[in-house]
Design a protein around this ligand. Structure first.
Ligand code: T4K
Length: 407
């Protein structure tokens, strides 16, 4: 508990945490079970190329997402790239800029122009009204991102896609285990893509998956993942190597066995943050819709500098010095990163909500590596920084006293 400004690490006090607290510390399941599986795959000498663990993982993911087809990949970006190609997207595709850059890169990597669309300030996901305005004769699809695991406005986006003859895909990298109107994420649009990266709710070290109810998309994605092969010596499509390794599937299967525990810890953490941050002026915690299934993997603050009297960046600076490595996901927005910044220098004028959000959001460490005591301390730090914001800013602006030089 910090009692005075001098206690803050930014002013020379001892950091609140001896070791850094990270956003995205992996959730790890039963180690013994994982090692058993790794021994099995070594004994089998079947390490990749649609091995038994990958097939089992695909069946489990498809069942949990409530879809007939799952194609596991080596990472989420590859799942996006293959999903986009298998769905036949080309020319221009509408995507949010307020997302991890992989969503845009997966298009640009294959010569498709990402057309950045603004988000709804309340949900942080694509604003359907803005999507309509960006449709041109070159538009072939829309990719919504279920940011922070909170579903897009799936109904409205579906209507637009149907009326305008566009494909609708979802980047569901954050949303495994969530639901929308009682149906699991994974079954919406033409296809959805998950990430099972180490930092995600469910991890397979690195990994991803395309899930779909469309048998044609699934068949194409499966071929494309394996160089376009349909049989020995028979290539039908341009393809890549997007396969998931057996060791990754072993980790994925082991993580799946602890899914209920991961949700429970994340949910507990989210509620402790809610209690600990309650009533701090200008600081709000992004809510989950608890009438749906949620994975609670992200604890995201919005800091309104006017109301809080402290900026997001100063809050982050204070926290970092205390060894709380809070992240500014997804600053500064894809449209301000290369090559998009050079391609679309005026994009920022079209993205007022994105521009506003990238200055306000801050992700805090949560997950199974974080306990109640750490959460209490993090909340106390945010509150203390907010309550003493003017004094912190003034003291930081003061020039450091010159070090004494020996005579
Ligand atoms: N779409 C969306 C919306 C996404 O958010 C992502 C990925 C993708 C698509 C693409 O999926 P993948 O191709 O990645 O499967 C991290 C992750 O690498 C990335 O997967 C994730 N989104 C993104 C939001 O976060 P960085 O550049 O911020 O990673 P890094 O190395 O700074 O790690 C994040 C934190 O996690 C660090 O504070 C340390 C901690 N960490 C990380 C790893 C890898 C650990 O404690 N242990 C670990 O093993 O991108």
């Amino acid at each position: 508990m910090k009692l005075s400004l001098d206690d803050l690490a930014i002013f020379g006090g001892r950091p609140a945490f001896a070791e850094p607290l990270h956003v995205g510390r992996p959730n790890i399941g039963d180690r013994a079970r994982l090692l058993e599986r790794i021994n099995d795959l070594l004994d089998r000498r079947w390490l990749t190329n649609e091995g038994p663990y990958v097939r089992e993982f695909e069946l489990r993911i498809a069942a949990l997402a409530g879809v007939p087809h799952c194609i596991a990949t080596c990472n989420g970006t590859m799942a996006l790239e293959i999903g986009i190609r298998a769905a036949g997207l080309s020319q221009e595709v509408i995507v949010p800029s307020f997302t991890f850059v992989a969503t845009a890169h997966a298009l640009q990597w294959q010569g498709i122009t990402p057309v950045f669309c603004d988000v709804d300030p309340a949900t942080h996901t694509l604003d359907p009204g803005r999507v309509e305005e960006l449709i041109t004769p070159r538009t072939t699809g829309i990719i919504g991102v279920h940011l922070w695991g909170r579903p897009c406005n799936i109904g409205a986006l579906g209507e637009i896609a149907r009326h305008r003859g566009l494909k609708l895909l979802f980047d569901a990298a954050h949303a495994f285990g969530g639901s929308h109107r009682g149906r699991m994420i994974g079954g919406f649009g033409d296809a959805e893509m998950f990430s099972f990266h180490a930092t995600k709710f469910l991890n397979s070290f690195e990994g991803g998956a395309i899930v779909t109810a469309d048998a044609d998309i699934a068949a194409r994605a499966r071929m494309m993942r394996n160089f376009g092969f349909v049989d020995y010596d028979d290539v039908r499509y341009v393809g890549t190597n997007g396969k998931m390794a057996e060791v990754a599937a072993a980790m994925g299967l082991t993580s799946l066995e602890s899914l209920a525990e991961f949700v429970e810890v994340n949910r507990r953490n989210y509620h402790l943050f809610r209690i600990g941050l309650k009533g701090i002026p200008g600081v709000s915690l992004l809510p989950y819709d608890e009438s749906e299934r949620c994975n609670y993997q992200y604890v995201v603050l919005e800091i309104d500098e006017q109301a809080a009297g402290i900026s997001r960046d100063l809050t982050q600076q204070v926290l970092h010095r205390e060894n709380v490595l809070a992240r500014r996901y997804f600053y500064p927005g894809c449209h301000r990163m290369e090559p998009y910044r050079s391609y679309f220098p005026s994009a920022r004028f079209m993205l007022p909500q994105t521009e506003r959000l990238v200055q306000r959001v801050l992700s805090l460490p949560t997950g199974t590596a974080i306990g109640p005591e750490e959460i209490r301390t993090m909340c106390d730090l945010v509150r203390f920084a907010r309550d003493h914001a003017p004094a912190i800013a003034t003291r930081l602006a003061r020039p450091e006293p010159a070090a004494e030089t020996p005579a």
